[in-house]
Write a protein that binds this ligand. Structure first.
Ligand code: DGY
Length: 343
């Protein structure tokens, strides 16, 4: 393993890089923008490991460019929708991610958006910064009550459950979407279907089919992985099932929501507000969402705390070091690649 060549496609927290450079020969992309594709392909050549970001596409082309010595792709994210898992498994290239360490930070972010969208926090901030005249009034900028309302969680995996736990403090009824044909629960969800239970969320959770959940919820928070089944899971039809007083929050992946349909629903008053941390074509944001006053926007900040990003860096590096030592990486995604000998 000594001085194995490793590519890191963006600067990671200091401690993580120090840990990696102690035993590997590291090529580090220093710029604050994704590696241009051609450079990514060129710099991958001959590497034993690559630490990728969610903006790096890992596919046959990249694996081919890296060559037969590549043992692991360690994604600096829990989501691996940027990685062609089947292509990696075919070549016995392990794929690892960064689960658990970002659960609480991402759940906090979902709640930040719930509160900001319900109580028009960003809109109020803009009014003051614009220097607009205002005076306190009984009907000024009324929002939606959060306490005691119903929260629908789509994707009851680790992050969905952490969001549900926080709802206890707000006296909320919590609904979780049942897996229907694998779609709604496709987030590592623990959907048992039907019966009420805690689902590890610390309080009572009711399981409902997705369409019923959408109709019954005052707040809907999305926590599914992005896959063929969940792309546009919230399409025009499903958005139309939501209450006109409801708030939609997305901290999962942008393409889970049809943004054009969402913008239409908001403009037509068929939805009260939205809180969005992720977008269909990041970093681009749909212009009608940008201009809508009751859409709260953040630039994919779900896991963006000092502690969490540091922990993600350490886990990504540990994934690499373990794989290069011939051991099972702690957050291995494709078990079959570990078992299959390299050709
Ligand atoms: C992830 O981990 O998948 C997030 O989107 C970035 O932290």
């Amino acid at each position: 393993m000594a001085s194995a060549p490793v590519l890191v496609t963006r600067r990671l927290p200091e401690e993580a890089i120090a840990r990696l450079t102690a035993s590997c020969e590291v090529t580090l992309w220093q710029e604050e923008r994704p590696m241009p594709r051609a450079r990514l392909l060129a710099d991958s050549a001959g590497k034993a490991a690559i630490i990728t970001l969610l903006s790096d596409r890992v596919d046959d082309e990249l694996l081919e460019a890296a060559g037969a010595g590549l043992r692991i792709v360690a994604n600096y994210a829990v989501g691996v929708d940027n990685v062609d898992l089947a292509a990696c498994s075919r070549r016995a290239v392990m794929v690892a991610n960064t689960p658990d360490v970002l659960t609480e930070a991402t759940a906090d972010m979902a709640w930040a958006l719930v509160m900001a969208a319900a109580r028009r926090v960003a809109e109020g901030d803009r009014v003051l910064r614009a220097g607009s005249a205002w005076v306190w009034g009984p009907e000024m900028m009324l929002g939606r009550e959060v306490y005691g309302k119903t929260l629908g969680i789509v994707g009851f995996g680790r992050i969905g459950r952490a969001v549900a736990r926080r709802a206890g403090g707000f006296g909320m009824r919590v609904l979780a979407a049942e897996r229907s044909g694998g779609a709604a629960g496709a987030g590592g969800a623990a959907g048992t279907g039907g019966a009420a239970g805690t689902g590890g969320a610390g309080g009572e959770v009711e399981w409902l089919p997705l369409d019923d959940l959408l109709a019954a919820s005052d707040f809907v928070s999305l926590h599914v992985n992005l896959s063929d089944e969940t792309r546009h899971l919230l399409d025009r039809e499903r958005l139309a099932r939501m209450r006109p007083t409801a708030v939609l929050v997305n901290t999962s992946r942008g393409p889970v929501v049809d943004e054009a349909a969402l913008a239409e629903a908001l403009s037509a008053g068929r939805l009260f507000a939205a809180g969005l941390d992720v977008f269909e074509a990041e970093p681009h944001v749909h212009p009608d969402l940008l201009s809508h006053p009751r859409v709260v926007l953040t630039p994919h900040l779900g896991s963006a705390t000092v502690d969490t990003r540091r922990a993600m860096g350490i886990l990504a590096v540990d994934n690499v070091l373990e794989a290069l030592a011939g051991r099972r990486p702690p957050a291995l995604v494709n078990e079959d690649a570990f078992r299959r000998p390299k050709a």
